[in-house]
Design a protein around this ligand. Structure first.
Ligand SMILES: [Zn+2]
Length: 500
């Protein structure tokens, strides 16, 4: 009797499972190549002028997204005065160095001559200060020195991320600026400056927090040959000390001094995150956020950077998923948890829209159960992973193993893509885990899955155009995101966080 009952229960359970699948599949199948390409053809058209943050094309794309969410009957969730809006205004400030120099003794080195300034600071005329050697710039190097208001000089590896980390440590210790020697020769710095030049001359955009951040000016990359001019000891003498484990030899190094001057050109702009809200049923206080970035690189003269794959593909994916979930709700099959379909601005300028959202969330982050983020899902990386039906997943197992399992199961049940985890390694040289908008959720402890396909020859080129989209596999990837979302919004429990 017991056995029979158990058998019956299993049958019932299996039966509900099968029904669930059918329902999910009904809506999954209504995401189509035509639907995706309809949206993408507009997003990646020349008319949208490459959707550069703060420019006309970006605002046109924002209007397109708003119109789409509105037509679907999604709610405008952002309070603006006494109105509700689909837009979250993101205040930004764009600044570029107009001129800068570093003076050692009587010799003045203009920007890009044996030094380059990377930062947002500005000085009122020329300022002078002491320079203190901090070895490789690690936190323990600051334990016995007072660097408040002074310059610090470090010798480190030729790695931007590590150098930025060192600049944060310098700032936290109250230093005025970090002078980083990250290349072994002046020639390597020369090459580095050439490759950074366009990026630096284009200026830098940041979220406008309204707080003047002039205490820490930024960092200088310095040619190793100038170390001796500043500290009296050569790069060759100092680098073994910098890279040694203990602080031995430090006390013998004299302080130096430099003078600097930085002039800036500053412009304030406003841009928009665009979002539509679909309210859930019995678990509506919890939220699943589906994201992409809709900004791209804009235009340079006649060249338009259409950004079909980056990230027109993810944005059309967000639009189609919004449509399908809205349709399901209209049929009485709406999600149990609420959903936010959110297209970010400012991603190409440094994940700014998502940074602003994470600092000014429209819905409480503690109720945000997962972020599914799509960025470049319409092409194949032919060089490295040319298997036709694959997608790279990043982050799925980092904060919640359960999320990872849900994702794997959604794929094996419905889409059968080859799941590639090569970028999931936090030590992968491309550092993909930190490089799209999901990171601003993950850093707040919210489980994420980032869907991407790796790079291709047209990445950040004017040739990232719509006819190169590989439609069938693009559809499959979008459907995988859909099925994963479907499970996440309808299951009883939010994905459990791993114990840290
Ligand atoms: Zn992108």
């Amino acid at each position: 009797m017991r056995k029979i009952l158990l058998g019956l229960l299993t049958l019932v359970a299996l039966n509900t499972q099968a029904q669930k699948s059918e329902l999910a599949e009904k809506y999954g199948n209504s995401i189509t190549v035509e639907g995706l390409m309809d949206q993408l053809n507009i997003l990646a058209s020349d008319a949208l002028e490459g959707r550069e943050t703060g420019e006309r094309g970006q605002r046109m794309a924002a209007a397109l997204l708003m119109d789409h969410f509105q037509k679907l009957g999604l709610k405008a969730p952002v309070k603006q005065g006494d109105q509700m809006s689909y837009y979250q205004n993101v205040p930004l400030v764009s600044s570029k160095t107009k001129s800068s120099y570093l003076k050692i003794g009587k010799t003045k080195y203009e920007n890009f001559n044996k030094n380059v300034f990377v930062g947002t600071g500005v000085t009122a005329g020329e300022m002078s200060g002491e320079v203190i050697f901090v070895g490789n710039g690690a936190p323990e190097r600051y334990e016995s020195v007072d660097v408040k208001g002074k310059f610090v000089l470090m010798i480190g590896d030729n790695n931007y991320r590590a150098t930025r980390k060192a600049s944060k440590i310098a700032a936290a210790n109250g230093a005025k600026a970090l002078i980083a020697v990250r290349t072994e020769t002046d020639e390597i710095l020369e090459e580095l400056m050439t490759s950074y030049r366009r990026y630096l001359e284009a200026g830098r955009m940041t979220v406008d927090t309204g707080i003047e951040q002039n205490d820490f000016l930024g960092m200088y990359f310095l040619a190793p040959s100038l170390v001796k001019e500043i500290l009296g000891k050569s790069y060759e003498k100092l680098s073994p000390i910098a890279f040694s484990e203990d602080n031995a030899g430090f006390e013998k190094i004299k302080k130096g001094s430099v003078s600097i001057s930085i002039e800036k050109e500053v412009k304030k702009i406003t841009s928009e995150n665009v979002m539509g809200y679909l309210e859930g049923s019995d678990l509506k206080d919890e939220l699943v956020v589906v994201t992409s970035h809709y900004d791209h690189l804009g235009r340079r003269g006649d060249k338009i950077f259409n950004g079909a794959d980056d990230d027109g593909s993810g944005t059309a994916g967000v639009m189609e998923m919004a449509e399908v979930f809205a349709m399901a709700k209209a049929d009485g099959n709406g999600p149990r948890r609420s959903m936010l379909f959110l297209a970010f601005t400012g991603e190409e300028k440094g994940l700014l829209g998502s940074e602003y959202y994470a600092d000014n969330p429209v819905f409480p982050l503690e109720n945000t159960v997962t972020n599914l983020n799509m960025d470049m899902i319409g092409r194949n990386d032919d060089e490295n992973y040319n298997d036709k039906d694959y997608v790279c997943l990043v982050g799925s197992d980092k904060l919640s193993t359960e999320l990872h399992e849900i994702s794997e199961e959604a794929n094996s049940t419905y889409t059968d893509l080859e799941l590639n985890y090569v970028y999931n390694d936090e030590n992968h040289p491309e550092q993909i885990y930190y490089r799209s908008d999901h990171w601003n959720f993950a850093k707040n402890g919210i489980p994420v899955i980032f869907y991407t396909t790796g790079s291709h020859d047209d990445y950040h080129q004017e040739t990232d155009t719509v006819e190169k989209i590989e439609k069938e596999v693009y559809l499959k990837r979008t459907r995988l995101v859909f099925y994963t979302a479907w499970e996440l919004v309808n299951r009883d429990k939010r994905p459990a966080l791993n114990e840290q």
